[in-house]
Design a protein around this ligand. Structure first.
Ligand SMILES: Nc1ncnc2c1ncn2[C@@H]1O[C@H](COP(=O)(O)OP(=O)(O)O)[C@@H](O)[C@H]1O
Ligand SMILES: [Mg+2]
Length: 141
C-alpha cells in the first residue's frame, strides 16, 4: 500500500489492528523515520489506548494494557535498534512472555535481534519504505 501522510499510515494501522489476535508477533521493518513507531501509535489508538505512546528506543520494551478485547490483554512494543548482538535480545526473556497467548508483540528492528536459529518468529510482517518526505510504501505479509 502507499501512504501519502502520517494520517493515512495511522488509518492503515487502525485497519491492521482489527486483524490482530492474541499471540501475534508483528515485525516492523524499515529505516529510521519510515513510520514504524507511528504505525504502532495507530494500532494502540485503535485498541482504545488513549495515553501517549512513545518509542521504546531507550526503554527497549513498553507494555500497554488492552481492555475489552476478546483475545488480547496487552500489547508489548519493543525496539531492538540499539542492540548490537542477538544475545542482548535473549536476556529479555521474550520466549517466556510469548507463552502467554494474550500478549501481542510489535517489534521494531527485529533483524537486530533475530538469529537464524531464533525461536522468535513473526506471524505478521510489515515492511516500510520511504519514497519521499511524505510517501511511504507499506507491505503487510
Ligand atoms: N506517510 C507517512 N507515514 C508515516 N510517517 C510519516 C509519513 N509522512 C511523514 N511522516 C513522518 O515520518 C516520521 C516517522 O517517524 P517514526 O514513526 O518515529 O519512524 P520509525 O519508528 O520508523 O523510525 C514522523 O515524523 C512522521 O510525521
Ligand atoms: Mg521507531
Amino acid at each position: 500500500m502507499i501512504s501519502n501522510s502520517l494520517e493515512q499510515t495511522k488509518k492503515l494501522a487502525h485497519d491492521f489492528a482489527a486483524t490482530l489476535r492474541g499471540g501475534d508477533v508483528v515485525f516492523l521493518e524499515g529505516d529510521l523515520g519510515a513510520g514504524k513507531t507511528s504505525f504502532v501509535q495507530g494500532v494502540l489508538e485503535a485498541l482504545g489506548y488513549t495515553e501517549p505512546v512513545r518509542s521504546p528506543t531507550f526503554s527497549i520494551l513498553n507494555t500497554y494494557p488492552i481492555a475489552n478485547h476478546p483475545t488480547m490483554a496487552r500489547v508489548i512494543h519493543l525496539d531492538f535498534y540499539r542492540f548490537e548482538t542477538p544475545k542482548e535480545v535473549q536476556s529479555l526473556g521474550l520466549e517466556e512472555m510469548m507463552q502467554d497467548t494474550k500478549n501481542i508483540f510489535l517489534i521494531e528492528w527485529p533483524e537486530k535481534g533475530i538469529e537464524s536459529a531464533s525461536p522468535i518468529r513473526y506471524t505478521k510482517r510489515i515492511q516500510f519504505r520511504t519514497m519521499d518526505e511524505q510517501t511511504r510504501d507499506i507491505t503487510i505479509s
